[in-house]
Design a binder for this molecule. Structure first.
Ligand SMILES: Nc1ncnc2c1ncn2[C@@H]1O[C@H](COP(=O)(O)OP(=O)(O)OP(=O)(O)O)[C@@H](O)[C@H]1O
Length: 222
């Protein structure tokens, strides 16, 4: 351990700029998300919430600035996966013709987890999101909210160091929204740095901090 050098922040976004062609979506945005905390990313539709999460996930190469995990710069998605950055995407990213449990197990085994452990985690996480009964149902036969909860279960089952959750409560009723927010909190308590993009002020209020995006810039509201 280098003297005087303590890199306690898991996820650091340092003066990141992202542009699609000439359209600058994020301008010099800086954020730090420490392990054990849940950060809400808010802002109106089109403000760049998904873009910020994609940059954090290594899916977008910023035009300027750096995204790093424990001091190591993320240059692409492969590096982000190696750094255990898990993304639950806005469109859920599930395979529709696999069952809920197959979607989770396949992701876990692809990440090097043994089939027996993958089965255990799948049962546990589907139960935690209230979908134990739907484990064998095809994803295309699940409701939008059930699909969203399956995607959350998959993200949790991976037990990453960083969990990026993009609008994962938009199709949920109040009870399930609270359940998912409680699970994001538990994931932080396990030690992950959690980022939750949401347009829902009530959901954001339950997070530790809130970063608000507007016109390309970011401001901590608390
Ligand atoms: N692949 C792309 N090519 C060009 N422009 C894009 C692309 N992806 C996003 N944008 C633009 O970037 C801006 C930010 O989009 P983004 O999806 O990050 O916003 P958001 O805050 O997540 O919105 P929402 O709340 O509607 O999901 C929008 O103006 C959008 O049109």
């Amino acid at each position: 351990m280098g003297e005087g050098k303590h890199v306690s922040e898991t996820l650091v976004v340092d003066r990141v700029t992202v542009a699609y062609d000439k359209h600058v979506v994020l301008r010099d945005v800086s954020v730090t998300v420490e392990p054990g905390t849940v950060l809400a990313v808010t802002g109106p539709s089109g403000a760049g919430k998904t873009t910020l999460l994609w940059a954090m996930a290594g899916l977008i190469r910023p035009a300027g600035g750096v995204v790093s995990v424990d001091g190591a710069q993320l240059r692409d998605r492969d590096q982000a996966v190696a750094a255990e950055v898990v993304l639950v995407p806005q469109d859920n990213g599930l395979a529709p013709i696999l069952t809920a449990q197959e979607n989770i197990q396949v992701a876990l085994v692809a990440n090097g987890i043994s089939p027996a452990e993958a089965r255990r985690r799948t049962v546990d996480t589907l139960d935690s999101v209230g979908l134990a009964e739907q484990a064998d149902q095809l994803v295309e036969e699940l409701s939008g909210g059930q699909q969203q909860r399956t995607a959350v279960a998959r993200g949790l089952a991976l037990r990453g160091r960083v969990l990026l959750a993009d609008e994962v409560t938009s199709e949920l009723d109040a009870q399930n929204r609270q359940r998912v927010i409680d699970l994001l909190r538990a994931e932080a308590e396990r030690g992950a740095a959690v980022v939750f993009a949401t347009h829902d002020p009530e959901a954001a209020a339950l997070c530790d901090r809130e970063l608000h995006l507007l016109d390309g810039t970011a401001e901590y509201l608390r």
